[in-house]
Design a protein around this ligand. Structure first.
Ligand SMILES: NC(=O)c1ccc[n+]([C@@H]2O[C@H](COP(=O)([O-])OP(=O)(O)OC[C@H]3O[C@@H](n4cnc5c(N)ncnc54)[C@H](OP(=O)(O)O)[C@@H]3O)[C@@H](O)[C@H]2O)c1
Length: 340
């Protein structure tokens, strides 16, 4: 069967999606095509300590990798980490040509294309680069910005309250919305609250979807100590818990980045939300709006020091849908809107 290069890239993207979340590594897919146009090997990367997509495809192809064209979603790595560099594996297998999608934004692993060319392998990048980047949106963001991507999730009433006057906040939204939050946790590398939420709600912050194997890192930010019996500390796996005893959002994100975190689900209360918003460190908002009114109670975010509409923080809605009895609104900051 003769396989077109673009179709092979589409297949490589499909393969990369087989991995739910190989964090802290990116999703990568690879297809090897023989000089006759036959697919001789396929592979995807399934996470740390697992072979890279190129190596899986080369292993499947065996001798038939010699002279083949490797179609890979991400520029082959030039880095020896837990596994050896893919560039060397491609050279050793005698691959004749490499076509990749996204250039590697990881400064530690970049330069693979140059190394392949230096080894005499015809190498071209940029094929379906946007689709390839979308496979690893938050990983790419973290590599490019040097900090994790942050999604602020909140559940608020119609009048923007996250807790009633007596402090009760369970539950503002319905069961379906709360289950939806577990999907957000499954996608995130880390879930973060402040000590205020810790002391008022004693949350566990685990992802409780039965099919999910990998738990996000549970993070508490704030100067107060986390009690030994806090559920967030005792939940399984106990190793997936960290307390950052600091109030600086930048510091907390740098600490998480150091631990290989690329995406954070900010589930804290109004204090933490305000700090991240003011620092310009909210990249996306997922707002569950519940059809109820309180008229008083904790505001979703306390004063941001904004006095006029012209100075409002503005967001662009990217998705809107009903979840049970609540409405989920996804938004991204829109610095382009000036309200005029
Ligand atoms: N509906 C929802 O979606 C939702 C979500 C979360 C919470 N809540 C509700 O919100 C309430 C808790 O709100 P909260 O604002 O106290 O919780 P929070 O934002 O999670 O935690 C606030 C605490 O974090 C620490 N902190 C960390 N960074 C800070 C900074 N930059 N500036 C100031 N303090 C910082 C401070 O404690 P230290 O003194 O320890 O430093 C502060 O008291 C509860 O009623 C909870 O149920 C609702």
């Amino acid at each position: 069967m003769i396989v077109e290069i673009t179709a092979a890239m589409q297949r490589a993207i499909e393969l990369a999606r087989q991995s739910a979340n190989p964090s802290p590594n990116p999703r990568v897919g690879c297809v090897l095509i023989s000089p006759d146009g036959d697919v001789v090997g396929e592979g995807w990367h399934d996470g740390p300590d697992r072979p890279h997509a190129e190596v899986v495809a080369i292993t499947e192809a065996g001798q038939r990798a010699a002279g083949a064209t490797a179609v890979v979603t991400l520029e082959p790595c030039n880095h020896t980490g837990r596994t050896g560099p893919c560039v060397q594996a491609l050279v050793d297998a005698g691959v004749g040509r490499v076509i990749y999608g996204q250039s590697d934004p990881n400064p530690e692993a970049a330069g693979g294309a140059g190394q392949l060319r230096a080894a005499g392998i015809q190498t071209e990048g940029g094929l379906m680069a946007a689709e390839a980047r979308d496979l690893n949106y938050t990983w790419s963001f973290a590599m490019e910005h040097g900090r994790p991507w942050v999604r602020w999730k909140t559940a608020a009433t119609l009048d923007g309250r996250v807790a009633a006057v007596d402090g009760s906040s369970r539950w503002i939204t319905g069961e379906e919305a709360r289950e939806d939050v577990h999907l957000l946790r499954a996608e995130a590398d880390a879930v973060m609250v402040g000590t205020g939420t810790l002391f008022s709600d004693d949350p566990e912050l685990t992802c409780r979807l039965p099919e999910v194997q990998r738990q996000p890192l549970r993070v508490v930010v704030g100067q107060r100590a986390v009690p030994a019996k806090a559920r967030i500390r005792l939940a399984e796996p106990m190793s997936a818990f960290v307390h950052v005893p600091n109030r600086q959002p930048e510091y907390a994100l740098a600490e998480l980045r150091r631990r290989g975190v690329h995406s954070v689900l900010l589930e804290g209360g109004p204090t933490l939300a305000r700090a991240f918003l003011k620092a310009g460190l909210v990249d996306s908002i997922t707002w569950y709006c519940a059809p109820l009114l309180l008229g008083a109670g904790r505001e979703v975010v306390p004063s941001l020091g904004i006095a006029s509409l012209a100075a409002a923080m503005r967001f662009k809605v990217s998705q809107l849908r009903q979840v049970g009895d609540d409405v989920r609104i996804d938004m991204e900051p829109d610095p382009g809107l000036d309200g005029s």
